[in-house]
Design a binder for this molecule. Structure first.
Ligand code: ATP
Ligand code: MG
Length: 670
């Protein structure tokens, strides 16, 4: 099928290929009686705009930047530099301030509009913060930072739970031109210390404690431990989340309330050049040592705003709920900068999907009448595993767009999301992007692009994709090709450097395939031109010359009705070069001791993919190693299987270090 015939699918909800189902845009989204008209409401319209964005990016993005952002000084040059020299720049000469764009302009228009719905750990404790209030709080904290000597260009570390002050913290830094470096508050003292040191942070914003899933987290104590070895930090400002009595170091630690209470309710925003840094953020560390990715002001903010508008089809009055933590790029772009730049109401969720019950997400959607809901495959798989009864019986009728991000979504999990949560009436957007890309780069648009479960579909505006032969680096033209995913030209929200290490930036992203931005992910462009992310290039398994994707084999396993989650890796094999080892978590109540089940799982893969993909070993396990953002860390499994568990590399980003010992024992005993 070609894109042309996909256009027909857009109108006729039928797939000619049951084995490769295509889901048209849900009719409800295109019915003006039921939903606001999508900004992009047909495949033709998407294609036309996409073409413009590639053929004439200066006109396309110049117009978008004028429409979506407010400038204190206009830009004249839309783009300059590029991937060849790593000197990317957008909107030169222009000046703007991210906090002005995310707060002031909306507060001035309607101070009573709700900016943040804070859904606290305890379900009965939600709270609304208006744009007017947000402007006061951001100004006060910005004033407090200045009073403590923080100026434009300094770095401020933020290590905070998911409370409104965390959002205030990001915006206050942006207001005075300080770079924030948010460290996910689930990280250990050592991981925090490394990131504070690497970024030379001068001040730390934190809280007394945190609350998550009914548990108390000793946030301030972790900060104290981390700062034993961080000479760059002069000041710590501590927000009260629980009111616990925590030690305060004289001359270094101050209370948030005291510091802000002394400041004025309005502090004028620092005018920033388009290319002035906005923040540093460390990658999740799935593949190795985290990188301190740096984003600049205008391009990043434009990417954030444009994707909330077009990928989530955000309309005024919508309630936007991204379930990520603000400590990850998804939280930065889709809790804070994107929604607030558009003047939206954004939901800040402090808890976890299973607290107090696995209905928490759906109660949240019903309670706040959420229109866009965004989460990760790991959460979808976990909830699917716990059973449908938790999602049934909640009023989810407000939802229009369901987003997923973080890993390839297994078609099985996609279907569950689409059917059980979306009731077949919502668009599912499988958004592929990275900390480095700043905002979505491959994704469906809800009103325009028919979807296929497991495919991130088509490129966003301005993204010129290439699938490259991994060895020769040559571009694989046409459809039905598999290789590594790269981008041919710089787009506004691409990261500009790795903090203090431009060499690493060049070597990681721009030099592997000169002239291209290298994503590090494998991808297939299918017969319709749709992109399927196949997993990390580092994770690719080569069995007798067949290059197999982890995503594909794992999805085959998860199709078996006993399987909740799976991770596969390549192990050395004398005959085939590499062979496949599969780690499988079963759904609750399934016995894990059956050898028949092992055989069945192997058969399952043979049937779905082919005999060459059959796992040589299947381990039934309780848990898999994941990053703190919920991604599978296959490199840990690879090391364990190879008998190299004494050299696991950087494991500071591992969510639960205890799983390592269990897995080592499991592999040793099998
Ligand atoms: P590190 O770079 O330190 O290894 P990381 O790559 O996990 O960490 P992120 O920037 O948070 O850090 O994640 C980006 C990666 O997540 C992508 O490169 C891709 O592998 C995966 N990913 C994100 N969204 C999707 C998606 N929709 N489909 C498939 N994979 C995705
Ligand atoms: Mg990465």
């Amino acid at each position: 099928m070609t894109l042309n015939s996909l256009q027909k699918v857009n109108k006729a909800p039928m797939s000619e290929h049951p084995e490769d189902p295509i889901y048209p845009v849900p009719a409800r989204l295109l019915d003006p009686a039921q939903c606001p008209k999508p900004y992009i409401s047909s495949l033709e319209q998407y294609q036309q705009l996409y073409r413009q964005s590639i053929d004439d990016p200066s006109t396309f993005f110049g117009k978008l930047a004028t429409e979506l952002l407010s400038w204190s000084k206009p830009f004249h040059t839309v783009k300059h530099g590029g991937l060849d020299h790593g000197d990317i720049a957008w909107f030169l000469e222009g000046q703007l301030n991210a906090s002005y764009n995310c707060v002031d302009r909306h507060a001035l228009a309607d101070p009573n509009k709700i900016a943040i719905i804070y859904e606290a750990d305890e379900p009965n404790q939600s709270e609304n913060i208006t744009y007017g209030e947000l402007l006061r709080q951001v100004s006060q904290l910005a004033g407090a930072l200045r009073a403590r000597g923080i100026k434009k260009g300094d770095t401020v570390a933020i290590y905070m739970p998911m409370i409104p002050e965390a959002v205030v913290a990001l915006l206050a830094c942006a207001r005075i031109g300080a770079m924030h470096s948010v460290v996910f508050a689930g990280f250990s003292a050592e991981a925090l210390r490394d990131r504070v040191q690497d970024a030379s942070s001068r001040l730390v914003l934190t809280s007394d404690q945190g609350k998550r899933g009914g548990k108390t987290i000793e946030t301030k104590k972790i900060v104290d431990e981390a700062l034993k070895n961080c000479p760059s930090v002069e000041t710590v400002i501590v927000c009260q989340r629980t009111g616990a009595d925590v030690p305060m170091k004289a001359g270094r630690d101050y209370w948030w309330g005291d510091e802000c209470g002394k400041r004025t309710n309005y502090l004028s925003p620092e005018p920033m050049h388009s290319e002035d840094p906005l923040f540093i953020l460390y990658t999740s560390g799935s593949t190795g040592q985290p990188k301190g990715v740096m984003h600049t002001t205008a391009g990043y903010l434009l990417g954030a705003a444009a994707t909330v508008k077009y990928v989530f089809d955000y309309h005024p009055g919508d309630i936007f709920a991204c379930m990520a933590d603000v400590g990850w790029i998804t939280g930065h772009t889709y809790i804070v900068y994107g929604p607030l730049a558009l003047g939206a109401t954004t939901v800040l969720f402090e808890s976890i999907p299973t607290y107090p019950t696995p209905s928490r997400y759906w109660e949240l959607v019903a309670k706040h009448k959420v229109t866009q809901f965004y989460t990760a495959p790991t959460a979808i798989r976990a909830l699917r595993r716990l059973g449908d009864e938790w999602v049934e019986g909640h009023d989810l009728s407000s939802l229009r767009v369901l987003g997923t991000v973080g890993e390839p979504i297994n078609p099985e999990a996609w279907h569950w999301y689409y059917d059980k949560v979306g009731k077949g009436r919502c668009a599912v957007v499988d958004t592929f992007w990275q900390t480095e890309t700043g905002s979505h780069i491959v994704t469906p648009l809800p009103g325009a692009i028919p979807t296929k479960p497991g495919s991130a579909t088509l490129p966003f505006f301005g993204i010129e994709l290439a699938v490259l032969d991994p060895v020769s680096g040559k571009e694989l033209e046409g459809n039905n090709v598999t290789g590594v995913l790269a981008v041919k030209k710089a787009w506004p929200s691409i990261a500009r450097t790795v903090y203090n290490n431009h060499q690493r930036y060049l070597e990681t992203y721009l030099k592997p395939y000169p002239g291209y931005y290298f994503t590090g992910d494998g991808a297939t462009r299918d017969k319709d031109g749709y992109i399927w992310i196949r997993g990390r290039v580092d994770d690719v398994i080569n069995v007798s010359g067949h290059r197999l994707s982890t995503a594909e084999i794992e999805s085959a396993l998860i199709m078996h009705n006993t399987v909740a989650e799976a991770a596969v890796i390549g192990a050395n094999d004398d005959v085939t070069g590499q062979c496949i080892h599969a780690f499988v978590c079963l759904k609750p109540g399934v016995s894990c001791h059956s050898t028949d089940l092992n055989k069945e799982l192997v058969l399952q893969v043979r049937k779905v993919i082919g005999p060459f993909a059959a796992p040589k070993k299947v381990y039934l396990v309780e848990d898999l190693p994941k990053t703190r953002s919920g991604k599978l860390m296959r490199r840990i499994l690879r090391k364990i299987v190879a008998g190299e568990s004494d050299s696991l590399g950087d494991i500071s980003t591992l969510a639960d270090p205890a799983v390592v010992a269990t897995l080592i024992a499991k592999v040793a005993n099998s």
